[in-house]
Design a protein around this ligand. Structure first.
Ligand code: ZN
Ligand code: ZN
Length: 157
């Protein structure tokens, strides 16, 4: 296929029980069966409608979903901080990223933000999600971590 990502997606979504992709041309009006990669919804749509380059048809279920705003109030970092007590307050104080406001990132983002340690004033970059996670140990200031480990080693001696 010479249609790159779009072609690959279509091929993966093609789930017709009666026809093979090789039996059909992309311009045919045969209503093939498709299965959405995102929501697993199965539906039938004409080949030509799906493969045309101008406004191709897609999964009806996904199309019906109201487009979500990229950054809603409920999932931005600031909101998360306000809802997460002391940990949230500490993270908000340590967040010193020059490029994005706390409202412009989400707590689960893979954005590498700039942080400044409250304790030792060390600055470092860390993924948002690595600092806000509650399922595994959240990451903290690497310099303080190092010191903590050294202290522990001394105590062990
Ligand atoms: Zn879908
Ligand atoms: Zn520190």
């Amino acid at each position: 296929m010479e249609n790159g990502e779009r072609g690959k997606t279509l091929l993966r979504e093609f789930r017709d029980p009666e026809k093979l992709p090789t039996e059909l041309t992309f311009r045919t009006n045969y209503r093939a069966k498709w299965k959405c990669l995102k929501c697993k919804q199965a539906w039938r749509a004409r080949m030509d409608n799906r493969t045309r380059s101008v406004r191709p048809s897609g999964c009806p279920k996904c199309a019906n979903k109201t487009p979500r705003k990229p950054m809603s109030n409920s999932n931005n970092f600031l909101t998360w901080c306000n809802a997460n007590g002391d940990r949230g307050k500490k993270l908000l104080r340590e967040y010193v990223d020059p490029d994005r406001e706390p409202t412009q990132v989400t707590k689960a983002s893979r954005y590498k933000a700039l942080w400044k340690c409250e304790t030792c004033e060390h600055e470092w970059r860390a993924w948002m999600y690595s600092r806000t996670t509650t399922s595994v140990r959240p990451s903290d200031c690497p310099q303080c971590n190092l010191r903590g480990r050294k202290k522990k080693r001394q105590r062990d001696d």
